[in-house]
Design a protein around this ligand. Structure first.
Ligand code: N17
Length: 353
């Protein structure tokens, strides 16, 4: 049995936070219906962290299940480009007293939507490379970056209205693949590749590629770039309605990507041309995209560890509040920190101009 850390109590925005004394300088950075996030310093190793305190996680079965899901997913994620857990704690030592737990993650400075204007090619390369590495076993929810240009995919479980400064990059329709917009067919793993293409295009040009004002406008803007699809593609569409719509489109030819992206390198243009393809079956998977010459200077086999399978059987489970609470308690108390790699590229690229 390990010696229990000394906890410090502090009130932040009328809620009491009880954290091990090594975490200092707590400052609220986001709040919503599910919880509240503070930035803090781990004094032991002088590292900036983000700590999330869930809001009354055991007030109902639904809240408890959601809390367990976030804990399970964060514990599972051990990829450098996906948000993961540095620590998780509760100030109490018995299940009877268990009411709150805190999730500790690496602190991420901002999200990609806050990074304005076009970025230099080395930054775009590094950011797109990290997106594709993190994408392999996960869908993008949000893309967070720090000042060293390091990127992590995360999934904010906070309410939409109050954490406006943290949400909204790939979640909006502008980055949605056309097959998702129109519910054309079963989705494949390459829906995310479309989003990566849109984000890459935006980082290069400094403005949103397909800023549609509604669904139809969005789709028209897309077709004006990709060109309208041929009969082999139309044949694959699930619904008769989608078929009719696509057949009725005026004939837009595919746009020349070197005109569209005058600042991009030949390799960058070639990668964009491969990702921004209407037919999802023709887009590369993340793994294949990473083999593109655009990433030649960055590629490292250590960046793609074999993903461990995630047991999602609890996602459909129907358990009582007490059972979810017991699972959370066990999950918190059994946490073992994961040894982390040194980020080799630290300080070689910075987000600040
Ligand atoms: O990213 C998450 C996350 C990850 C997996 C699952 C959330 C869930 N989740 C939530 C599942 N169900 C629900 C309701 N959480 C998270 C992300 C960012 C956070 C806090 C929590 O805040 C920061 C802020 C700054 N730097 C790092 C993290």
């Amino acid at each position: 049995m390990e010696a229990r850390a000394t906890f410090c109590r502090e009130e932040i925005n009328s809620t009491v936070w009880e954290v091990p004394e090594k975490y200092t300088h707590l400052k609220q950075i986001g709040t919503g219906a599910y919880g509240c996030v503070c930035s803090a310093t781990n004094e032991k190793i002088k590292e900036r962290v983000a700590i999330k305190k869930l809001h009354r996680p055991f007030q109902s079965e639904i809240f408890a299940k959601r809390a367990y899901r976030e804990l399970r997913l964060l514990k599972h994620m051990k990829h450098e480009n996906v948000i993961g857990l540095l620590d998780v704690f509760t100030p109490v030592s018995s299940l009877d007293d268990f009411q709150d737990f805190y999730l500790v993650m690496p602190y991420m400075f901002t999200d990609l939507s806050k990074v304005r204007g076009h970025l230099s090619e080395d930054k775009v390369q590094f950011l797109v490379y990290q997106m594709l590495c993190g994408l392999r076993d996960l869908k993008p929810g949000n893309l967070a970056v720090n000042q060293d240009c390091e990127l992590k995919i995360l999934d904010f479980g906070l309410a939409r209205s109050t954490d406006a400064e943290m949400t909204g990059y790939v979640v909006t329709r502008w980055y949605r693949a056309p097959e998702v917009i129109l519910n054309w067919m079963h989705y494949t793993q390459t829906v995310d590749i479309w989003s990566v293409g849109c984000i890459m295009a935006e980082m290069i040009n400094g403005k949103t590629l397909f800023k549609g004002k509604d669904y139809m406008d969005q789709l028209t803007q897309i077709m004006k770039v990709t060109g309208v699809p041929g009969p082999e593609f139309i044949q694959k569409l699930d619904s008769a309605e989608a078929k009719k719509y696509v057949k009725a489109l005026p004939h837009y030819p595919r746009k020349d990507f070197s005109t569209l992206f005058p600042l991009a390198s030949a390799n960058g243009i070639d990668l964009l041309e491969k990702m921004l393809v209407l037919d999802a079956d023709e887009r590369p998977t993340a793994e294949l995209a990473l083999e593109h010459p655009y990433f030649d200077s960055l590629r490292d086999p250590d960046d793609l560890p074999e993903p461990e399978p995630y047991d999602d059987s609890h996602d459909n489970a129907k358990l009582s509040l007490e059972e979810w609470k017991r699972l959370c308690f066990r999950g918190v108390k059994s946490f073992v920190p994961f040894p982390r790699r040194d980020s080799k590229r630290k300080n070689t690229l910075t987000m600040t101009p």
